[in-house]
Write a protein that binds this ligand. Structure first.
Ligand SMILES: Nc1ncnc2c1ncn2[C@@H]1O[C@H](COP(=O)(O)OP(=O)(O)OP(=O)(O)O)[C@@H](O)[C@H]1O
Ligand SMILES: [Mg+2]
Length: 217
């Protein structure tokens, strides 16, 4: 099923803080949308809500015609397992597991661990040579690439990536952008948060957030 995303008047408040202040946004299946905006403008909040990791204060979030916020916790977890690949801003790798084990753990959660497949995922981000290194001992850019590999193991139709190239050098950034282009060409929908205009322009369209609102134009 195509992963069309439709947000209508989405508000998210954390106490007094208005993280999202009435966001409406449509994303087509197979589209790669870049999300830009200053620190604190609501970018991570937006991805978390679409992934069903959190629920909006008000408004509607439809993914492939399903209202994410109306799902119970179990259904949301199942929705993520089946359809969403998430690259977190803070990576969230388990430090004492190796790169390979981190990817295999995600496979295990999604279905079944398969070392060959996990190695292939690491190969796509240029990380086979460090597959057996503990995550804690990897550089920031290496950890980021493992986090990207991990997000792809469930073959997700929807990829939500929060500054996935923030720690990468130019060569690895180019590799990841090429990978994202392939994923989009396969018909997957990508939402990619970035502060880097070069990365943003690699996508099909840029959406800018400011104080929790989408800027016009
Ligand atoms: N769990 C939370 N509890 C309270 N406030 C929060 C929470 N999460 C986010 N916020 C606040 O909501 C606003 C938006 O945060 P968000 O993390 O979405 O910003 P961002 O655009 O991703 O910023 P950055 O570029 O720094 O990652 C900020 O003011 C932040 O402090
Ligand atoms: Mg953020």
């Amino acid at each position: 099923m195509s992963e069309v995303i439709e947000l209508r008047d989405v508000v998210k408040r954390y106490g007094d803080v208005v993280a999202l202040d009435g966001v409406s946004l449509n994303v087509n299946a197979g589209e790669w949308v870049s999300i830009m905006g200053p620190s604190g403008s609501g970018k991570s909040t937006l991805l978390n809500l679409i992934a069903g990791l959190d629920t909006p204060t008000s408004g509607s979030i439809l993914v492939a015609g399903e209202e994410v916020s109306a799902m119970d916790a179990e259904t949301r977890a199942e929705f993520r397992r089946r359809r969403v690949g998430m690259v977190f801003q803070q990576f969230h790798l388990l430090p004492y597991l190796t790169a390979l084990e981190n990817v295999m753990l995600a496979q295990y959660i999604h279905s079944m661990a398969d070392e060959k497949e996990a190695l292939l995922a690491l190969e796509r981000v240029g990380m086979t040579h460090r597959a057996n290194a503990e995550a804690a001992k990897l550089s920031g850019g290496e950890q980021q690439r493992v986090a990207i590999a991990r997000a792809l193991v469930n073959d997700p139709q929807l990829i939500l990536a929060d500054e996935p190239t923030g720690s990468l050098d130019a060569a690895n950034e180019a590799t990841v952008l090429e990978l994202f282009r392939e994923l989009a060409e396969e018909g997957r929908t990508l939402l990619v948060v970035t502060h880097n205009s070069e990365v943003a322009e690699a996508g099909d369209r840029v959406v800018r957030l400011h104080h929790g609102r989408v800027e016009d134009g």
